[in-house]
Design a protein around this ligand. Structure first.
Ligand SMILES: CC(C)(COP(=O)(O)OP(=O)(O)OC[C@H]1O[C@@H](n2cnc3c(N)ncnc32)[C@H](O)[C@@H]1OP(=O)(O)O)[C@@H](O)C(=O)NCCC(=O)NCCS
Length: 167
């Protein structure tokens, strides 16, 4: 499969929104169950570009097939911390796209003076947890019953990577 990993740009907003909506509607992986509005998504992306938060997309032809971002914590004493989000659309999973997105974004985060990358992952998402572990993320805790979908509770595992422990 031919694809490129690119820093996100305005031209990717619609494609990013469509990909986010697809993965959200799977209901199994994200904290969103559908994408936020296109307007809110545009604000998020333009904010990341303005603030130089690392955000990359995997693009195949004209389509956004995956993304990864690290968003800086705005509080002064935690500005070295960023929250990572990632997903790949279903038909392109298991082909190395997610790992490439992660390593690209992690390198960009260290270059932009982040020294800690945090994330939360739903307890059943064993593929994602394995990928994060392989890249050096450590489990720091569990947010018990932090998710409730259709009346079913799930825990969220919190993980983090410190700059000096990166793979
Ligand atoms: C998690 C996700 C981003 C990984 O991206 P991907 O492109 O599928 O993953 P890759 O092909 O790069 O493989 C990454 C690792 O996962 C492993 N893996 C991939 N598919 C797997 C599967 N079905 N079962 C078990 N392990 C799997 C690979 O062996 C690989 O291991 P590595 O560390 O040796 O490289 C992707 O599966 C996804 O988008 N899932 C749904 C959304 C999601 O869960 N987002 C994260 C929310 S916290």
């Amino acid at each position: 499969m031919d694809y490129a990993i690119l820093p996100i740009a305005q031209e990717h907003i619609d494609g990013f929104h469509a990909a986010l909506d697809r993965v959200a509607r799977e209901r199994k992986y994200l904290l969103y169950l559908e994408a936020p509005s296109l307007e809110k998504t545009r604000e998020f992306i333009l904010g990341n570009i303005r603030d130089r938060n690392p955000q990359y997309v995997a693009v195949s032809g004209e389509r956004v097939i995956g993304w990864c971002d690290v968003v800086r914590n705005p509080r002064e004493a935690s500005r070295h911390c960023g929250i990572l989000g990632i997903a790949v659309v279903p038909e392109h999973r298991g082909q190395g796209v997610g790992r490439r997105l992660m390593t690209t974004v992690i390198d960009a985060a260290w270059a932009r003076d982040f020294t800690r990358i945090e994330l939360g992952v739903r307890e059943d998402n064993l593929t994602a947890i394995a990928l994060y572990r392989n890249l050096g993320f450590a489990i720091e805790g569990v947010r018990r019953k932090a998710i409730r979908i259709d009346g079913q509770y799930e825990d969220v595992v919190t993980m983090a990577l410190l700059k000096e422990n990166g793979a």
